[in-house]
Write a protein that binds this ligand. Structure first.
Ligand code: MV4
Length: 447
């Protein structure tokens, strides 16, 4: 096992990883930008190094600066958390060439699955359902029109280097398809330096269901069941839960087994998520793989009892998974609400600033993963998430009631947060029924 790890991240996930390391007896080296200098959670690390000015492009994203901190800190491994450099195959490669373990998949697996079209082809090969669409990247307008007529409109144009909805265009006819194609290409070229696009049939009102997987370096792959992340706004997840509500048991098993087949074929190791969309008839389709730990990983931890960060570190260090698939039994229901420094009244505009007062909820089944506290100043430079409120209860209705109670108890003064908005969502009949799809928030609150 490692003696010393660098955490190439900030905020709640840096704190989450520091906590796991302390429990494992691993020393930690933290990094921070000038905007995060003096953040209280940095005190929990054994050492902390400044990697540059506030802007992430000049600090948390600077590979040479992060590697320098790792060299000076004399670490054996780097945990990238999520965002920043977490899915950067080049950074992953640089870590390895400096003899530092990257806590995540190999650069090869990361690259293969990071290309959405390649991942889609791999899914097909693994016998995992994909949305009807083009067999490969689209070469020209003529091919696009031919494919669209085969599968039927509306179609969705997707950038192969995309993700989180960037470079996507819906088209309902030939004309819109040709226009959308050049727009999507231009957007993808500008954002990712890769203009490759493919076509899929557009699935109306899908649910977003993703499967957590864990794979060690000895060929063992398990899934940790699914999360439903349909409660989102503009590709920003708001609420996540496990298990997926109203998901037939046979569908759940088929989705989870599909995820494992894909991960095995890809030679993927460490923790990862396989994303699916599920239509109104419970047909499921592979969408993409997230080659990292995700924000919403705690709901899976709560229902499986497995610490995902600890598991990531252990498998990166070469340990075999200490459990088999049949040992993993989901229990109860977990829900997570992302507490963001945003004003839902003003289109979820970010609200950085000083937290004047803060009261954190507690009691049975409640977990609050946050680096924030009274006196903490939310910097304007990074994403606006300041904490994650997670509850666990034996049943879904108890979990909803517990979350509403916890959100009532949570007091954050000085800045606006998404806490009250979550209460409205949780009390809405569609959420209570478990029938929310990815269009629910925008249809219901046009925000
Ligand atoms: C889709 C889709 C409908 N049909 N693909 C959005 C981001 C990327 N992860 C995949 N996405 C979608 N792909 C087809 N063929 C609808 C979405 C989608 C979505 C998916 C998951 C979570 C939220 C979403 C919000 C809008 C659209």
């Amino acid at each position: 096992m490692y003696n010393r790890i660098l955490i190439a991240n900030r905020g709640e996930i840096a704190l989450r990883i520091i906590r796991a390391c302390r429990e494992l007896g691993i020393e930690t080296v933290a990094i921070f930008s000038e905007a995060d200098r003096g953040s209280a959670y940095l005190e929990l690390a054994d050492e902390a190094y400044c990697v540059g000015p506030a802007k992430s492009s000049q600090s948390y994203l600077k590979i040479d600066q992060v590697i320098s901190a790792a060299e000076v800190g004399n670490v054996e491994a780097i945990h990238p958390g999520y965002g920043f450099l977490a899915e950067n195959a080049h950074f992953n490669e640089v870590c390895r060439s400096c003899n530092i373990d990257f806590i995540g998949p190999t650069p090869d697996a990361m690259q293969r699955l990071g290309d959405k079209n390649q991942a889609r082809n791999l899914a097909r090969e693994a016998g995992v359902p994909v949305v009807p669409g083009s067999g490969d990247l689209i070469q020209d307008d003529v091919e696009a029109v031919r494919v669209a007529h085969e599968i039927g409109f509306p179609v969705l144009i997707k950038a192969t280097a995309g993700g989180g909805g960037k470079g996507m265009r819906v088209a309902g006819n030939d004309l819109a398809l040709k226009a959308g194609l050049s727009q999507a290409r231009a957007e993808a070229e500008a954002a990712f330096g890769n203009a490759g696009v493919y076509l899929e049939k557009y699935i109306e009102r899908p649910r977003h269901v993703e499967v957590q997987i864990l794979a060690d370096q000895h060929g063992n792959v398990v899934h940790l069941y699914e999360r439903d992340c349909s409660t989102q706004r503009r590709h920003q997840k708001l609420i996540e839960e496990s298990p997926g509500p109203n998901l037939p048991e046979a569908t759940r098993q088929a989705i989870c087994e599909s995820a494992v087949r894909l991960v095995k074929l890809a030679g993927y190791t460490n923790a990862g998520t396989v994303e699916f969309i599920v239509d109104q008839e419970h047909n499921f389709y592979f969408i993409e793989v997230n080659a990292r730990i995700q924000v919403e990983h705690p709901v899976t931890e709560m229902v499986t009892g497995i610490d995902l960060i600890r598991s990531q570190i252990a498998v990166a260090a070469g340990q075999p998974l200490p459990f088999r698939q049949e040992d993993i039994r989901p229990r109860g229901v977990a829900i997570e609400c992302r507490i963001n420094a945003e004003d839902p009244q003003r289109g979820f505009q970010p609200c950085p600033g000083r937290i004047e007062q803060m009261f954190v909820p507690g009691g049975m089944g409640i977990r609050f993963d946050s680096h924030a506290h009274a006196g903490y100043v939310v910097p304007p430079y990074y994403d606006s998430m300041i904490g994650k409120l997670i509850v666990w209860q034996p049943t879904r209705s108890e979990a909803i009631a517990c979350m509403v109670r916890a959100l009532d108890e949570l007091r954050i003064k000085g800045i606006s947060t998404t806490a009250d908005f979550h209460k409205k969502v949780l009390c809405h009949s569609s959420f209570v029924e478990g029938s929310v799809d990815t269009t629910f928030v925008e249809r219901t609150w046009l925000s």
